[in-house]
Write a protein that binds this ligand. Structure first.
Ligand SMILES: [Zn+2]
Length: 148
């Protein structure tokens, strides 16, 4: 058994191996396989096959710099998507108390208190001053009390 592990280790030396993109490809392949059990579609089978070939090719590739670059591009896109989702969640949670505006200079999203009217805002990142118009004021939560 140890001889096999040693041989495998020697074979994989200098190769890309398993990275995040590999894991995502594998999960996608499993999902496609499960869907294809019900649909039995030839095109889906072909996509699965191509995905498996790409996954294996990437893991056994000796061009590590190129594979790492691909993986980094994927990770960057994943991070962007995650940040967008987090911002949407925060916007929803703060919808009654804060507004979110982008700084026109550095494009940083700023969280501002919800106050009706036009206000001058200073970006903490680039010190740019810009005007923010807010049409609605802070909502007051109204509790409904049932009469007994
Ligand atoms: Zn700014």
């Amino acid at each position: 058994m140890q001889k096999f592990i040693y041989k495998l280790y020697k074979f994989m030396y200098g190769r890309n191996g398993i990275d995040e993109l590999y894991k995502v490809g594998l999960i996608l392949c499993i999902i496609l396989s499960i869907i294809n059990i019900f649909l039995n579609n030839r095109i889906l089978t072909l996509i699965e096959f191509l995905l498996i070939v790409i996954i294996i090719y990437r893991s056994l590739s000796k061009n590590i710099t190129k594979r790492r670059h691909e993986n980094n591009v994927y990770l960057k896109q994943k991070r962007k998507l995650k940040n967008k989702i987090t911002l949407i969640k925060r916007k929803w949670q703060d919808r009654n108390t804060h507004i979110y505006k982008k700084c026109p200079k550095c494009k940083k999203v700023l969280r501002l208190p919800l106050k009706k009217g036009t206000h001058t805002c200073k970006c903490p990142v680039c010190n740019n001053k810009f005007e923010v118009k807010c049409r609605r004021g802070e909502k007051v939560k109204v509790e409904v009390i049932k009469n007994k």
